[in-house]
Every structure is written in C-alpha cells, then in structure tokens.
Write a protein that binds this ligand. Structure first.
Ligand code: ADP
Length: 487
C-alpha cells in the first residue's frame, strides 16, 4: 500500500527559509515521492509561500478558528518537483512583512501560540478529510511550530474521528514554543490535555512537548543528537520525557540536495569544479576575497562561516580564536545575522584586521554559496548541533569542515589526526572540548595539513566524495512510517 504523509512545517525552501528546517522540508518530500511515498506539505499562508506556488486553488473553508477570522485551506504546487503544498490562508495571522516569527523589532509576535496552533490544527483537519481528494495516513510534524498537530489528532479522535498516526521530528530541541498557561484556553484542546501527561511543561504550555508526548514516533536529525537529547546536559528539560520514549526515537541524518549544493552544477559560484578536477576552486577563492575586500592571496588559508549568529553556534569561541588565525597568515569571512552582541563582535574583529577578516551581516543565499565554495575551511564550532547542514555542504565543495564533536557534526566529519590520515578516513577537523584550546588546536591542524600539499589534496578529494543523500534519509523515514501502518 502506498503511504500518504502530510508534513506540517513553518518553512520550506525555496519558498521561505530562515534555517536548516526549510532545507529539510524542501528536499525530503520530493525524495520520498521518488521512492513511492506520497508526500505533501502544509504551510502557513505567509506572503512568500503564496507568491511561490503555482495553481493555487481553494480546497475548503475551515471556518473561524483561534481568532484568525475566516480560515481557508488552499492547495498549490511547488515546482520543479511538483510537490503539492496546502496553505492555511489566514491573512490576519500570516500576512505580515519580514520574518515569519518576529516583528520588525525582532520580538516574537504576541499571538505566535495561536498562529502556529492554527497550522497544527489545520494539519489535523486535513487528516480528518478537509480535502475530499486526499487524506494522509500519517501527519509528520516538524519542530514546535507544528508540535500541537499530534495533540489535535488525539483530540479529534475523542470526537469520533478515525485514528491518524503521527511523527514528530525535532530539528532543534532548544526552541520549544513555550507560552503562558493562561493561553491554553485559546488553543481549542480538551481541558484535561493541560497536564504533565499532556501539553503542560513547568506551569506553561509547550508546543514541542505536546508533540513529543502525543506523537506515535519521534525522530531527530542525527543519531548522536538522538542520544544526546535523552541526557540532562542536552535534554533542555525534556530528557525525562524523552527517556520514557526511548524506544520510539530514531536519529535520521539529514541529506544534501546535490542539485543545489554541488560545485559541478552551482550557477552562483565563480567557477564550477569537481572532485577529479578541483583546480577551479581557487577562482572561487579569489572571487570571494575580492567580493569581501580581503587580500588577494591564494596561499592565505581562508576560513568561512555561514551561520545564524546565536549562542548555539559557538561563534563567541571563534571570536576568541581570530588572532590565532590572523597571526598564522589566515583569513576569515563571516556571513550571518542574529544576536546584536555577536554582530558587534564580528564587526570589531573585521575592523581590527582589515584585509584579513571580513563580515557581512544579513541573510544572502548567493553569498552563502560563494563562501562555501571559496573557503578552504568552513567552521561550525557549535555548542550543540542537531545535524548541521553547512558542514555537509562544505564537504561537497571540498572546503574542509572544522567542527565541535557534538550532534550531527560528530556523525559527519572525521578529524585529520595522524591515524585518520594514515587510514584514509580524514575529511576535516574536529575538536572535543568546547574551549579556546580545543578550537585553536583544530585551527593549528588545519594550517599543518595545508602545509602538506599532498595530504591536503587527498582530504579535499575524500571530503568531496562523501555522500549524504536524501534518498538514504527517505528510506529511513519510510521504515519509521511502515512501523506505524496497520496499527
Ligand atoms: P540552523 O538550522 O540551526 O540554522 P543548519 O546548519 O541546519 O543550521 O542550516 C542552516 C542553513 O541556513 C544552511 O542552509 C545555511 O547555509 C543557511 N544560512 C544560515 N545563515 C545564513 C545567512 N546569513 N545567509 C544565507 N544562508 C544562511
């Protein structure tokens, strides 16, 4: 039997992206459809979503809900893969400029609980048959934005609806969608769902906890992170619940959409190159140095960062190591946006080292490709990292990742230690302790390897030949779904 799955999420590349979640929601459904799972997506009706879909048609009137006025369900198609996308049309909630979660002053919208409750509720309504032409067997909720979907499914079953299975995927346990208990009444859930065995979390409502409690299966985006989130250190207060569900948790590594992230097809980089003919990579480096105002020097080891500037990403640690890069003749380029203190720290580092350190504040898809292609080393020194995509992109471009051994970073990069070089395993640089000594040690290994030309070339080639395909991930998700069918 063909499994039909409905992904519920807040972002989907290329319609709307603030982070890796969008890349996953953009790439997983087409990979699943190729393997015979019928995958569709439901998104909030943000302006960018409406603008990017073809053949938008009205499917159903969902009535008034959550104070959003009249809510309509529409259906469109996202090319080039032809993924069918449902849109929850509630302009009072979603027709706002800019970031999907934050207002112009970078504060969370005061009604975010109801805005995203509506998304989850609409997903459950589709499972209940809101589209007469299609109904999923499984609702697959992504992150806290869709975390209430499994709860609404259970609530609708009480009203007599048929059972629909659910999967909750954690892309980042640090974002939980926690709201005051006083908001519970607005969520249209049965009163007894506000309980420890339910959506309550330390006197608040937690959307993510609701998903983790009510979903039939839980997945997260790497095997190591799946283990880490069950520990007190990385469990963000949810490790107790996650431990009780240990047999329902699977870690599935994200893939790379190699039709977008591959130096052999990438139209946005200065010159295309391949693993067997990597020489044009130096043109990408020269173009990046030029674009960012760095000294045009092919011998300068160029470190790149493309990242949200948040505490999670460990860029404060990187800032402490900038002198170590510059003193060795290296260069650093950073593209990112976020925490004002980190933005200032980066700007100060660039001002202190003109020609060697450059920063671009903002979100720029094209420049992100130029940095991934033009850098010699791409740094991802995160405190914690559920999967991480930039290090996977860096591998594909032969820009050796330098990462902290945590979460998905630990699962995807092999350090250039002497023994790993000897055994032909090395693909980058990995440090164990999250401190200055740790990151500086890895930076020194990068310089040391660069001075051994043959070894450097061999590691670059091995990095480029790594494969993290969405097909492999889709097969693992299919196994999770199979376990839910016929229950
Ligand atoms: P997270 O989802 O925690 O931000 P990931 O590594 O999983 O981290 O995914 C980040 C994605 O967002 C990558 O595709 C990365 O290239 C992209 N990205 C992050 N910051 C920027 C930026 N400032 N400009 C362009 N792309 C960015």
């Amino acid at each position: 039997m063909t499994v039909c799955v409905l992904h519920a999420a807040a972002e989907m590349f290329p319609l709307l992206k603030t982070g890796g979640l969008a890349d996953v929601v953009g790439a997983l459904p087409p990979a699943q459809s190729q393997l015979g799972t019928h995958a569709r997506v439901v998104l909030p009706g943000f302006p960018a979503v409406l603008a990017g879909l073809e053949d938008l048609q009205s499917v159903a009137d969902l009535g008034g809900a959550f104070g959003a006025g009249n809510v309509r369900l529409e259906r469109g198609v996202l090319q080039p893969h032809g993924v069918v996308v449902y849109v929850v049309r509630a302009d009072q909630f979603y027709d706002r400029p800019g970031n999907p979660y934050l207002d112009a002053a970078h504060r969370s919208y005061a009604d975010n609980d109801r805005r995203f409750a509506l998304l989850a509720w609409a997903a459950a309504r589709i499972a209940k048959g809101a589209d007469p032409a299609w109904k999923p067997h499984i609702v697959h909720a992504h992150d806290w934005h869709a975390g209430l979907a499994p709860a609404y499914l259970r609530a609708f079953e009480r009203g007599g609806a048929a059972r629909t299975a659910s999967v909750m995927t954690v892309h980042n346990l640090a974002y939980q969608g926690t709201f005051p208990a006083s908001e519970f009444g607005a969520l249209q859930l049965p009163g007894d769902f506000y309980a420890v065995e339910g959506v309550e979390f330390y006197g608040h409502v937690s959307f993510l906890k609701a998903g983790l409690y009510y979903a039939d299966r839980i997945t997260t985006v790497s095997p190591t992170y799946a283990r880490e989130i069950q520990t007190q250190t990385h469990g963000a207060g949810l490790h107790g619940l996650l431990q009780t569900r240990t047999h329902d948790i699977t870690g599935i590594l994200n893939g790379v959409d190699y039709s977008i992230w591959s130096p052999s097809v990438d139209e946005s980089i200065a010159s295309k190159y391949t693993a067997s003919k990597p020489s044009a990579k130096s043109k990408c480096k020269a173009a990046l140095q030029e674009r960012m105002g760095l000294a045009r020097d092919d011998d300068a080891l160029l470190f790149g960062v493309v990242s949200r500037l948040t505490e999670q990403k460990g860029l404060d640690l990187l800032l402490s190591a900038v002198p170590d890069i510059v003193q060795r003749g290296g260069q650093l380029v950073v593209l990112g946006t976020g925490d004002p203190a980190l933005e200032t720290g980066m700007k100060n580092a660039a001002a202190a080292h003109p020609g060697a350190v450059a920063i671009e504040l903002g979100f720029d898809e094209t420049l992100s490709h130029s940095i991934i292609a033009g850098s010699d080393v791409v740094m991802v020194p995160s405190r914690f990292e559920p999967c991480g995509l930039t290090q996977l992109y860096a591998l594909a471009y032969g820009s050796l990742p330098l990462v902290h051994r945590v979460g998905g970073l630990a699962d995807t990069v092999v350090d250039s230690s002497l023994e790993n070089l000897a055994d032909d395993l090395a693909t980058g640089f990995v440090f164990d302790t999250f401190d200055r000594a740790g990151i500086v040690g890895a930076i020194r290994r990068a310089f040391a390897l660069k001075s051994r030309r043959t070894d450097w070339k061999a590691v670059v080639k091995r990095a480029m030949n790594q494969s993290f395909s969405w097909e492999a991930a889709a097969l693992e998700y299919a196994e999770v779904y199979q376990g839910l069918m016929g229950r």
